[in-house]
Structure formats: structure tokens, C-alpha cells
Design a binder for this molecule. Structure first.
Ligand code: GLU
Length: 376
């Protein structure tokens, strides 16, 4: 039986493995670390463990903490160099804190610092999976953050919301809890009169995106509702539930699970593990534009044939991830291209009999094979 409401998340049979993401604004206040709050949260994590649930923590706060120590303005987010320096200082304190507080419940903390590439490259992704699984089997609580001090702008997640969803996927978790400073997703700006919180979302549709308001950003972290919805999309594709809930209250996990206050995003479908990894990839190398017939065929589960390709963008190689875009500029799928960009362009619109002549060798059965393709 799958999870269908928030109270299911405290049931270890329905949700054996949880990822709890803690935002910077919850962890760090004007006076530094919010130790009392964190102590209470760690007690809730220990309760989940006692119920037999595995817990992985994704903790922000390194930049905010380090900036305070180094006396950097803008919370350490004035420049990439500031953020990287701040993270290097703050991360030590942050992991020490988690180790100490988890330790007081007899739990062992295990620090993992990841970059985007660790989860985008299939081999490294599987490596992360193996380490997480081993740690959980050994009874540890992984405490994860982005390796902010080494990741440059291009290879950063930048927000821990998507990192948490990717980690959940790597760890085959049942659910992700994004603890934030807002109760959940509202149907319009939460301060507008009549704004209503949405309890359950089935599918992050364009209408759901339209509800997201950039103003739910505390200014301390880098998340906001936009990155939370992106995280929800990654989770949804991986068959994982995701919750946006308010971490500002006492016992925030119980408030979400026992009182049912939060927005629960249900997975729409469970893609195979490889397809979920592919669909959650954040960096694509280019795009292939297709006509209406090809787009419709993709939705029916077919491969993409050269005949339906109308244009090619970017410099991708054979095997690189690309977006497949329809005539209305909508991304219909992500997939791995069977050809490099130049070849794709050369054979676009051609039947297979005509392709051999252009390529100089007998063409592959498709431009993107359906086994290497995920619908968006
Ligand atoms: N990794 C960042 C930090 O530790 C936080 C990213 C975010 O705000 O989501 O400070």
C-alpha cells in the first residue's frame, strides 16, 4: 500500500526510509545556531529511528554559520568566493553539532559532502548509493550537505531542496520532508486574502508551478518555493513522496505527520531506477526539436526517429542527455542521444533508407531509443 496521507509517513511499513532536509533559516538565527530548536528536532529523528525508520539528514546552514564567524556580509552570499569560504568554516561546526546531538541519543552521524556531478554521473551516483546503503545498514544517520567549498557555479546544486530529492532517489527513500519556514504550498501568495494551503498534490503540473511564489524565501537559504517544486518533480519521477512542511514550530515532524499540516506531493508513477536517475538529471547537453507526430509517438511510448526531428541545439556527443522539445517549445522528454549533435542535424527529417547515405554507415534504429528516454 503506498503512502496516501501525511500520517502514513510515521508508519515504518509504509515509509521505511525518510530524508529530512533542514533549511538554513531554521538552523541559524541572529544569535548563531538555534541549538534548542535543533536539539528538539534531533529528538524527533531519534523517535523515528526508534520506530524502525531509517533517517537521512540533508542539512543546510554551513554558509550562514561560516559567514557569521568570518564576519562576511549578505550572509556569506555576496559572491561565490564568500560562500565557499563561509561554507568551509561553517561545515565543521555544522557536522560537529549534528554528531554531538545525534550522539546524545546513541546515534552515529556520518558526514557526506556531495556535488552535483556526484549525482549526475551514473557511476558516481551508484557509488553514492552504495555508501548510503552501507551507512544505513550499519545504523548510522548520514548528514549530507553540498560540498559548497569546491563546487563552482556551473557544478552546484545551489539549493539543498533538489539535493535532498536526488539523495532520496540514490538512497531509495520512501519520502523527503523539506522543513521550511512555510506551512506548505499555497494556491496563491500566502499573504493574499483567501490564500489556501494545498494538502495533496498529484503531479507537479504547470498550474502547480504557477502557484509558487518566490517570496517564501527567507533570504538566508537559497531555496524558495521554486526549488522545492523542482525537488518535488525529481521525487515524483523517482516514485518518492515529498512533503513541504513548516519547521518553525515545536516538534515539526510530529506537526506534519500527526497533525497532518503540510503539502504532500504524491508520486505519479514509478519509473525504473535508471529512468528515474535520467529524468532527475539537471544538466542536459542540448535539445532535439521534434514535430507534432513525433511528440505524439513519444507519448505513446515509441522511440524518437530521425524523420520527426526538426532541429538540434547544443554540442552533445553520442550518449549525452538531451531535452526533446515539441513544436510548442514544451519539453516532452529527456533522453540519451544515439548520435552526436552534428549527425542528428544531418539526418533530421530523413527516412532510414536516406540516412545511410548521409552518415556513411547503416543508421541506428532511432535517434533516442525508448529505453533511454523519460517522458516529462
Ligand atoms: N549548502 C548550503 C549551506 O550549507 C545551503 C543551500 C541552501 O540554501 O539550500 O549553507
Amino acid at each position: 500500500m503506498p503512502v496516501s496521507r501525511l500520517s502514513d509517513l510515521s508508519d515504518r511499513a509504509l515509509a521505511p526510509r525518510l530524508v529530512v532536509k533542514v533549511g538554513s533559516a531554521l538552523l541559524v538565527g541572529k544569535q548563531g545556531v538555534r541549538r534548542e530548536w535543533l536539539t528538539a528536532l534531533v529528538a524527533e529523528i531519534a523517535e523515528a529511528r526508534a520506530r524502525g525508520q531509517d533517517v537521512i539528514v540533508v542539512s543546510s546552514g554551513a554558509i550562514a554559520l561560516g559567514a557569521a564567524t568570518l564576519g562576511l556580509d549578505k550572509g556569506g552570499r555576496g559572491s561565490l568566493a564568500d560562500a565557499q569560504a563561509a561554507a568551509a568554516v561553517g561545515q565543521i561546526a555544522l557536522s560537529g553539532l549534528w554528531a554531538e546531538l545525534l550522539g546524545s541519543h546513541g546515534l552515529t552521524a556520518a558526514q557526506m559532502l556531495l556535488t552535483l556531478d556526484d549525482l549526475e554521473d551514473r557511476r558516481r551516483y551508484l557509488n553514492v548509493t552504495a555508501t548510503l546503503t552501507r551507512l544505513l545498514d550499519a545504523g548510522a544517520v548520514p548528514v549530507i550537505n553540498e560540498n559548497d567549498s569546491v563546487a563552482t557555479q556551473e557544478i552546484r546544486f545551489g539549493d539543498n531542496d533538489r539535493l535532498a530529492a536526488r539523495v532520496a532517489q540514490a538512497a531509495q527513500a520512501s519520502a523527503v520532508l523539506l522543513l521550511s519556514d512555510i506551512d506548505g504550498l499555497y494556491d496563491r501568495h500566502p499573504k493574499e486574502p483567501g490564500a489556501r494551503m494545498i494538502p495533496v498534490v498529484e503531479g507537479v503540473t504547470p498550474e502547480v508551478h504557477a502557484m509558487a511564489s518566490a517570496e517564501s524565501n527567507s533570504g538566508m537559504g537559497s531555496g524558495g518555493m521554486v526549488s522545492k517544486l523542482q525537488a518535488a518533480e525529481i521525487a515524483e519521477l523517482a516514485g518518492i513522496c515529498l512533503v513541504i512542511g513548516n519547521g518553525q514550530h515545536d516538534r515539526p515532524v510530529a506537526r506534519i505527520m500527526a497533525q497532518g499540516i503540510g503539502t504532500l506531493f504524491l508520486p505519479r508513477r514509478r519509473a525504473g531506477a535508471r529512468k528515474a536517475w535520467l529524468g532527475g538529471r539537471l544538466r542536459l547537453k542540448g535539445s532535439i526539436h521534434v514535430d507534432a507526430g513525433a511528440a505524439a509517438a513519444l507519448l505513446r511510448g515509441s522511440s524518437l526517429l530521425a524523420k520527426g526531428v526538426t532541429g538540434v541545439e547544443g554540442h552533445f556527443e553520442r550518449g549525452d542527455p538531451v531535452a526533446i522539445v515539441d513544436a510548442g517549445a514544451r519539453v516532452v522528454a529527456h533522453g540519451l542521444s544515439e548520435y552526436h549533435a552534428g549527425e542528428c542535424d544531418a539526418i533530421r527529417g530523413l527516412h532510414s533508407s536516406e540516412q545511410a547515405e548521409v552518415l556513411g554507415y547503416s543508421p541506428r534504429s532511432s535517434v533516442v531509443h525508448r529505453d533511454q528516454l523519460v517522458l516529462k
